[in-house]
Design a protein around this ligand. Structure first.
Ligand SMILES: [Zn+2]
Length: 356
């Protein structure tokens, strides 16, 4: 059983798990998992949870069959406490199941789900941690997308870190640890989780039923994020992305206006589209500056088209690139900008450079 349970571990986490499993007995009370999104950081946190709760762990592995393992594995263990942004709760998953307990109160039915962790969630967690564990001898607290805590939430969480409740393992999970409050960061043992190799990622995708060639394409397109790749596969986003790039090409050739393009894209997630546009500009910059294309680069306008663009084209590309990155930051931060407006703004900027 031990083998089959550890095969639940994502293959690219196996070696780091050995380190972590050994450490788990030393009870470092706060860990910071950082690394790119879509690589399974939350799965690793949940695996550690199962291991700590398990009644009969063997060889650094949870048994997978006891009551505690079953509850932890499905995200319904009463001593598993999870905070995550409301917008992520809606995406589902085992950790989200546990996170529902701390779902923020909606101010009205029509408000959009919040994209950050709010202080109300942290306060409720603090209250829950003031009692004893309910079923296990330890408690696990997982904060997913910890960098989305606003200042109030982060300060409230700092109090938990400063006076950690007994027998409580805290795990902060972050895709961008540099955005965490330094006082939070300095109280955690950092653990950088790796990206899979291309072959590890492809093999895993194949096991999920994705055809090999498509798996490779998806992995390159997502920057080797297998869980993101699987989501793209399930939603046919490769096709959507190609459609987006066709539209961008047509726009830059003057065959479509930015607003016409924006209109065709309204039903899709704007932040995903903007990230794709940013990737597209990166590819163009690489083509212009290095005069070469890497495998996995996106289709950029043909040279004949680019020649018709003005001489300061590359410089302008960099400007648009910086601008879009700053928009993305503002959109993802607390109280973010409206996504649809940001998308339209991005298209207008990109359209401008060919005539600037
Ligand atoms: Zn067990």
């Amino acid at each position: 059983m031990a083998d089959s349970m550890n095969s639940n571990l994502l293959p690219w986490h196996r070696s780091i798990w050995t380190e972590l499993g050994l450490q788990a007995d030393r009870k470092a009370h706060a860990l910071l998992f950082s690394g790119p999104s879509g690589t399974g950081k939350r799965d690793l946190a949940l695996h550690l949870g199962m291991y700590r709760f398990c009644e009969a762990p063997t060889d650094l592995s949870p048994c997978g069959v006891c009551h505690q393992c079953a509850l932890a594995g499905s995200g319904s263990h009463p001593d598993l406490h999870v905070l995550m942004p409301e917008s992520d709760l809606e995406e589902g998953g085992r950790l989200a199941q546990a996170g529902l307990r701390y779902r923020p109160e909606k101010s009205s039915e029509t408000t959009k789900p919040k994209r950050g962790i709010v202080v109300d969630q942290v306060r409720r967690l603090t209250g829950a941690l003031s009692t004893h564990p309910r079923m296990a001898s330890v408690r696990m607290v997982v904060v997913a997308l910890a960098e989305t805590m606003n200042l109030n939430a982060a300060n409230a969480f700092l109090k938990i870190l400063e006076e950690p409740p007994p027998n409580t393992q805290l795990i902060l999970v972050s895709t961008d640890a540099s955005r965490l409050l330094p006082t939070l960061r300095s109280r955690c043992s950092p653990l950088e989780l790796p990206l899979p190799s291309l072959s590890q990622g492809v093999e895993w995708l194949c096991q999920q039923g994705v055809e090999k060639q498509l798996g490779e394409l998806l992995l390159r397109a997502t920057g080797r994020q297998p869980l993101t790749a699987l989501k793209w596969n399930n939603n046919n986003w490769i096709e959507l992305r190609e459609e987006l790039f066709m539209l961008l090409l047509q726009m830059m050739e003057g065959k479509q206006t930015p607003l016409e393009v924006a209109k065709k894209l309204t039903k899709y997630d704007s932040s995903m589209l903007i990230n794709w546009i940013v990737g597209y500009i990166e590819s163009m910059i690489r083509t212009e500056v290095l005069n070469s294309q890497e495998e996995g680069d996106l289709m950029v306008p043909a040279e004949s088209v680019r020649k018709r663009w003005p001489p300061r084209f590359t410089l302008n590309l960099f400007r648009v690139y910086d601008y879009l990155l700053s928009l993305l930051n503002k959109m993802e931060g607390p109280g973010g900008l409206d996504e649809q407006l940001v998308l339209e703004d991005s298209l207008l900027m990109l359209n401008k450079i060919k005539t600037a």
